[in-house]
Design a protein around this ligand. Structure first.
Ligand code: ADP
Ligand code: MG
Length: 252
């Protein structure tokens, strides 16, 4: 027997590659003489499969942080590794590719093309990715089916309810099979019941390979996440299980 003590028994998994790694991330806005520290030295590591709710009062930097995570904005300083790749060093064209391939974004206001059918809206990211028409159609149809809209493919946004529009937007975000799904107040324009249905859908869409980061100021919805990150004045005030979060942080 030549096995060393070290190799006997199951060895612990090495720390898996994080999906998102931010360090000392800062985003300043300059308004005349005033400097707003929208994101102020944030360190944050999120692993694949995590479902993180980001909360905080209005103006605490939630959207600014999410825009950077989604490569829609660049920070003033700090570093950001997305899927192990230092995205801040990338050229504009490579960044656009990364955004298209790795990130799905869901907005409060849906951001659908009003004249395009649900199917066409969902196909759009695949058009940008250069995919052929047949495969695009198939993928869009299966994404729409996965959000419960198999019978609404040919409807335009104006012919759909708010909840259905958000489902189309979620299908569009997922059709590229992104590693990271970002959502900024995805239930903010919906009534409570419809908002809860959209949250159920996010739960159903969970996968060990995909990270979900959702901004919400609805505490009942935030508590459904395994991990809660609370921001205040651009800084992380709490990061942990929702049940461990002090009430004064949640109700500030
Ligand atoms: P939240 O999403 O938590 O409400 P934001 O990220 O939108 O917060 O805003 C954080 C801070 O940055 C606020 O003080 C806001 O006024 C400021 N801010 C956000 N966007 C801009 C901008 N484009 N120009 C100047 N200031 C901004
Ligand atoms: Mg916001």
């Amino acid at each position: 027997m030549s096995k060393s003590a070290k190799s006997s028994g199951p060895s612990p998994d090495p720390d898996p590659l994080p999906s998102v790694q931010l360090s000392e991330l800062t985003r300043l806005y300059h308004l005349g003489d005033e400097t707003v520290r929208a994101v102020d030295g944030v360190d944050l590591t999120i692993h694949y499969g995590e479902h993180v709710a980001v909360v905080g009062p209005s103006g605490s930097g939630k959207s600014s942080l999410l825009q950077i995570l989604g490569c829609l904005d660049t920070p003033s300083s700090g570093s950001y590794l997305l899927d192990g790749e230092p995205v801040l060093d990338l050229s504009e064209s490579r960044l656009a590719e990364v955004r298209n391939a790795k990130i799905g974004f869901v907005f409060q206001g849906f951001h659908l093309l009003p004249r395009a059918t649900a199917q066409r809206n969902v196909e759009l990211p695949l058009v940008y990715a250069g995919m052929g028409a047949d495969e695009r159609r198939q993928r869009a149809q299966s994404a729409l089916a996965s959000v419960g809209l198999a019978d609404r493919m040919n409807h335009r946004p104006g012919e759909l309810s708010g909840g259905q529009r958000q489902r189309v937007a979620i299908a569009r975000a997922l059709v590229t099979n992104p590693a990271i799904l970002l959502a900024d107040e995805p239930t903010g324009n919906l009534d409570t019941h419809t908002g809860a249905e959209i949250m159920d859908l996010f739960d159903e869409l969970r996968s060990p390979e995909r990270t979900l980061i959702m901004v919400t100021h609805d505490l009942a919805l935030a508590r459904r996440a395994r991990r809660l990150v609370a921001l205040r004045d651009g800084r992380i005030e709490f990061d942990g299980a929702p049940r461990d979060c002090p009430n004064e942080v949640l109700h500030a």
